[in-house]
Design a protein around this ligand. Sequence first.
Ligand SMILES: [Zn+2]
Length: 282
Amino acid sequence: MHSDYSDGSFSPVEIMQKCKDRGVEVVSLTDHENVNGILEAKEAGDKLGIRVIPGIELSSDFQGGEHHLLGYFVDPSNQKLKEFLEIWKASKITQIKEIIGNLQKFGFEVSLEQVINSAKGSLDRYHIVRAMFPDHEKSAEAKEEHSRFFKKFLMEKSHGGEGLAFVERKKPDIQSAVNVIHDAGGMAFWAHPFWKIRDESVIRGLAKIFDRIGIDGVEVLYPYHSKEQAALLHKIARDFSLYESSGSDFHRKDDSVRQIAGFQDFGIEINFPFYLEEGGNT
Ligand SMILES: [Zn+2]
């Protein structure tokens, strides 16, 4: 789940209340490229009787393809993790600067400073929208207009957008992303494997490689996974002795699919290491 410390619209406290209302007992906040919201989430979770697993989501590169990793049980105060996040934040700033330059060519007025000021944790394209249209979530019409803007100018073509102002950013290779999660005492899970890939044999091939790279688990249950996809990932997890997780990928209210606990379990019992305490100690 993502809070307003990355590209979500709710604070960690608000998210924990929503989890409580939904009856969720164990949850992880996995903001993109930052751990700034974990303490807030934990404090709110403690009050509500929800166990909060510290987490993070890292985008990574493998042979030109983008793959996301979920780091569960990471220590948010870990120095190596902090250094890693600082380095990759710099690559995001470069990307945002270039996108702003392109937007200016289309006549839009926005500065890097405004974008940085609209972000609490990680910096992303979403914050350009936030900076340009502070009221972008106030009404249905505003949301519609700004999602059109996002698609037209900021979303890359491979995601279905026009990407008129889009610029790719450099990402860490998957090995270094797995390593830093481990350095921070966490476990690395391959997030939403079917996100950009549909072919089951490709998923299988990647699982084999990622297993060798050192991932610990795979996200089996996910709002967009079909029964067949979940079953395949469940089998892959067993074949490679990987742990399994289920994720909501919750960002905001008006997402018709990714809602809190919004995945189907298809009768699959995931093998998640619930017994682990923070830092990976049993
Ligand atoms: Zn992701």
